[in-house]
Design a protein around this ligand. Structure first.
Ligand code: ADP
Length: 427
């Protein structure tokens, strides 16, 4: 354990913003002092002597494949220049991707760039109900393809067999680190990885049915410079230094002031949270028909309404849908990309208007939505603070000279009462 390390242990490349905050939170929980940067850095990343891990958030999950690969390699270059020892390609625990990628192409490109022989793909996050058995991904007790993910607006997941999903996106064969090997005596998992690597198999899906499997995978992969997967595995990393040398990794500045919730996710969990919050909080929908007809005045009216309802003790809720059917209708008439862009732009404009009106805490639901908001606000650096829910840290940033707190929630994260209780973690 080196208490005086002058470079980070881990450099993480996340394919979306809420994925980045998720793994940053996991690293903080594991004892790593962690910084988060948004977007491909325009200049060399600052050498922060006390950072154990650096996470860079991209918006590459649904980007064209070539762009996703180029951005990921550019970030790898920046992280290598910082002296990072190991690298993590972070994607969603539900393996969110399209038939073209980008998990396969980015993983292959990173392996090549690092001249590494193999990596594991470990999306599992058992504490959030994501497990993998015989290469098949489960969301709680259902196969991925029968979970709400099959209806995702941008990355519908209709095949639960990750070996097949990955093979379709890749040029290389895909292997499996099966459950039976993970449960065999210590050393079997490493032997299995070595055997597959000797056969030229460079991408190996890891089964994981519980946290005990993550511990085995973590020990079996310490020789690999590239790990890929969700944040579940990051939670079991051994801490970088002795506990008594630990700075409180999750302390951030908190901003007192009114709070607002912007929900652009239509994932099942967020729709449930929105339904719950509508019973307790002032709320307003941005109807798609209005956005199509006149986005500027729709946002202006929503902001005028929100200003009238700002109250330091009760957040206001602006959301984009009550039911998935509305999304399907919008996608049929506008196309999925155009519909998503319209909503993302509107919610980003709302975020700016709300902060300008004095809101100091924003809860944003949806990965793409969060990315659109943070980029519209021009925020590049976030400090990671306490968890509002598993995988959802509060963060702090500076906007127009003020400290603001943001909780960026991946659509499917959080309990039904997340919107009404998230702020408790900041008190
Ligand atoms: P999640 O984290 O649940 O995947 P995202 O924000 O990443 O959430 O993705 C949801 C996408 O659905 C966003 O691009 C958002 O703009 C889009 N969307 C939200 N509401 C609607 C709607 N009413 N019609 C069409 N698309 C919508």
């Amino acid at each position: 354990m080196n208490g005086h390390r002058d470079h980070p242990v881990w450099g993480c490349i996340a394919d979306d913003l809420t994925g980045a905050t998720d793994i940053a939170a996991a690293l903080v929980a594991a004892g790593f002092r962690t910084t988060l940067t948004v977007g491909v850095p325009e200049r060399p990343l600052p050498q922060e002597p006390d950072a154990d891990a650096v996470v860079v958030a991209l918006k590459s999950r649904t980007a064209p494949r070539r762009e996703a690969v180029a951005d990921s390699l550019a970030v790898l270059h920046h992280l290598s220049a910082l002296g990072c020892e190991r690298f993590w390609f972070k994607y969603c625990s539900t393996f969110d991707s399209t038939p073209q990628g980008n998990i396969g192409p980015v993983t292959e490109a990173l392996l090549e760039a690092l001249a590494e022989q193999c990596t594991v793909l470990c999306p599992a996050y058992p504490d959030n109900g994501r497990t993998v058995y015989q290469g098949h991904l489960f969301v709680a007790d259902t196969l991925l393809s029968e979970s709400p993910m099959r209806h995702h607006p941008l990355t519908p997941m209709t095949d639960p067999d990750l070996r097949r999903v990955l093979a379709a996106q890749s040029t290389q064969p895909v292997g499996l680190l099966p459950h039976a090997v993970l449960r065999a005596p210590e050393g079997a998992a490493r032997d299995h990885l070595d055997k597959l690597t000797a056969q030229g198999i460079r991408m190996i899906i890891a089964d994981t049915t519980g946290n005990e499997d993550l511990a085995v995978i973590e020990r079996a992969t310490r020789h690999l410079r590239l790990i890929t997967g969700g944040s579940g595995l990051a939670r079991v990393l051994p801490p970088p230094r002795a506990a008594d040398a630990q700075a409180p990794a999750d302390r951030i500045e908190t901003a007192p002031g009114p709070a607002a919730i912007l929900a652009g996710s239509v994932s099942a969990a967020t729709l449930g949270q929105t339904a719950h919050a509508r019973r307790y909080l002032p709320h307003r929908k941005l109807p798609m028909a209005d956005l199509r007809a006149d986005p500027v005045s729709t946002v202006a009216k929503a902001l005028a309404w929100a200003r009238d309802h700002l109250d330091p003790s009760v957040p206001v809720l602006l959301h984009s849908a009550e039911e998935r059917m509305e999304v399907e209708q919008a996608q049929q008439s506008l196309g999925a990309t155009e519909a998503a862009a319209l909503v993302e732009r509107a919610l980003a404009d709302c975020a700016r208007g709300l902060l300008d009106a004095g809101v100091r805490r924003l809860i944003i639901a949806g990965g793409e939505t969060s990315g659109a908001v943070v980029s519209a606000l021009g925020l590049r650096n976030l400090r990671i603070g306490p968890a509002a829910a598993p995988g959802v840290p509060w963060t702090s940033a500076t906007y127009a000279g003020h400290t603001v707190n943001l909780a960026l929630k991946s659509g499917n994260f959080g309990a039904p009462d997340f919107f009404t209780t998230a702020q408790e973690a900041l008190r």
